[in-house]
Design a protein around this ligand. Structure first.
Ligand code: SAM
Length: 280
């Protein structure tokens, strides 16, 4: 019988009072804390008067460190995995470690707590019975747009993480790709001093972001309502019209889109104006 165990421990996403007594207890008792950034987690544990033995585990060394940690478990040690903030493995390292530890037969125990995605969903006012978490989109513009096109076509609420320097262009892409009527919610700086949750149709959210640079700072979760129109309607039409507008004047593009889809010219004309406004 061995005491070996891997605890996957959630830490706060801003407000330190969100750390759980159980997390502190576990972090005090383990032999080793595998942390994304040992100095960052060191400061957190220091704040709570906890001394720990650290090991850095991040995207670039996870495989190699997992072998070492498996060896420690084999020796009967207790290990905790923590991320810089929130729940490990949620847009954070740890998947390879958890899979390896489970495959080796050691217990993996969740020590639950904060997670930006769940916090945002709990206050956004969008359906939560079905949702898709997309993490961060690709950094390359064409790849991001392709991912967005896919996500905007899905019927369930879509959740994204986004960084401050890309938040405006992300919402611009949303207006273009998901169309002007889609509900979008921005959950910013959750649990922190400047916590803000703002929701409206995509162009209104873009306007709100653009007019106040302070709202472009910090950490963001972006939630997008699922596509509740029949498949291929709104997103496909928006995409079609966007493509046509790349090579045709508005009038011709609108006429062509109406002809191809059998839809009303008037509707496509409004959409064309909204798309053009989103590019400004
Ligand atoms: N593991 C974390 C979790 O459980 O949510 C997420 C880590 S991921 C590297 C960091 C991203 O999560 C940020 O860029 C932001 O998109 C989101 N995030 C983290 N803390 C947040 C907060 N307090 N408010 C809003 N978004 C946050």
């Amino acid at each position: 019988m061995t005491d070996a165990v891997l605890y996957v421990v959630a830490t706060p996403i801003g407000n330190l009072d969100d750390v759980t007594p159980r997390a502190l207890q576990i972090l005090s008792l383990v032999d080793l804390v595998a942390a994304e950034d040992t100095r960052h987690t060191g400061r957190l544990l220091n704040h709570f008067g906890i001394k720990a033995q650290f090991l850095a585990l991040h995207d670039h060394n996870e495989r190699q460190r997992s072998e070492f940690l498996l060896q420690q478990l084999h020796n009967g040690l207790k290990v905790a995995l923590v991320a810089d903030a929130g729940t490990p493995l949620i847009a954070d390292p740890g998947f390879f470690l958890v899979r390896s530890v489970r495959a080796s037969g050691y217990p993996v125990v969740p020590v639950v707590g904060a997670c930006a995605l769940v916090a945002a969903l709990s206050v956004a006012g969008l359906p939560t019975n079905r949702f898709a978490f997309n993490g961060f989109l690709a950094t390359r513009s064409d790849a991001r747009k392709q991912q967005l096109r896919y996500s905007c076509n899905q019927p369930m609420t879509q959740v994204f993480y986004e960084s401050p320097h890309r938040i405006v262009s992300f919402i611009e892409d949303l207006v273009t790709i998901c169309g002007p009527n889609r509900q979008v919610v921005i959950a910013r700086e959750l649990t922190k001093v400047f916590e803000t949750v703002y929701g409206d149709v995509a162009p209104a959210v873009l306007h709100w972001l653009r007019q106040d640079k302070n709202q472009q700072r910090g950490e963001f979760v972006v939630l997008v309502a699922g596509n509740d129109t029949p498949p291929l309607s709104e997103v496909a039409e928006t995409h079609l019209l966007t493509c046509l507008l790349e090579s045709l004047p508005v009038k011709q593009a609108v006429a062509m889109a109406a002809k191809i889809t059998g839809g009303k010219k008037n509707k496509f004309y409004k959409l064309a104006l909204a798309l053009k406004a989103g590019q400004d």
